[in-house]
Design a protein around this ligand. Structure first.
Ligand SMILES: [Zn+2]
Length: 187
């Protein structure tokens, strides 16, 4: 039995990136938790359809990042998947989808990241910013990517870009399905 661990990236204690929309302030956490939950539902549906034995485990909104990293480590082993879900933030013009892996990453992680990246880009049709290693991230080391499992972190799109956000909100069910399919193909 393989485990797929889904992590919402942000929680009540760490709401993540912030942006202003016509409807008011929006933070990353409600988007990542909603997408995590949709991916979990899709994964269970697809696994049942394909008669694939997969255990889907998620973090909880009450955890902080270090608790999540520890929880993911306890729940997964080599050959499982840890997938962290984020939305990007940047200058107003910054746009598109990117996926992070550790440095160094395994070949399986690179393939998983490429599959996820391609699937999200196909659905969203936003700029493809590619698969990057953690060295290209703002923090240069991402703790969630260092488990014995295959680890990957998706940055779905920029919540600071109105086009990105609008596109995502229209297509969230398709994005969840694309992520779920890609993860399931990789276990
Ligand atoms: Zn984030």
């Amino acid at each position: 039995m393989k485990t797929i661990y889904l992590e919402a990236g942000h929680h009540l204690s760490d709401p993540g990136a912030v942006t202003q929309t016509p409807d008011g302030q929006l933070t990353e956490a409600p988007l990542t938790t909603a997408l995590r939950n949709s991916v979990a539902v899709k994964l269970n549906e697809l696994a049942a359809l394909q008669s694939k034995a997969v255990l889907v485990v998620t973090d909880s909104d009450a955890m902080n990042l270090s608790q999540t990293i520890a929880h993911a480590g306890r729940q997964t082993k080599a050959g499982d998947i840890v997938c962290s879900i984020h939305f990007n933030a940047g200058p107003l013009a910054a746009s598109g989808t990117e996926t992070f892996i550790a440095f160094p990453a395994s070949e399986a992680e690179r393939l998983l990241a490429q599959r996820l990246q391609k699937a999200m880009c196909t659905v969203l049709q936003l700029p493809n910013r590619g698969v990057k290693t953690e060295l290209q991230s703002a923090r240069r080391r991402l703790g969630i990517l260092h488990h014995p499992a295959h680890n990957v972190l998706v940055e779905v799109c920029f919540i600071t870009n109105a086009t990105d956000l609008g596109t995502y909100l229209q297509k969230q069910a398709l994005v969840a399905e694309a992520i779920a399919k890609s993860l399931l193909m990789s276990v």
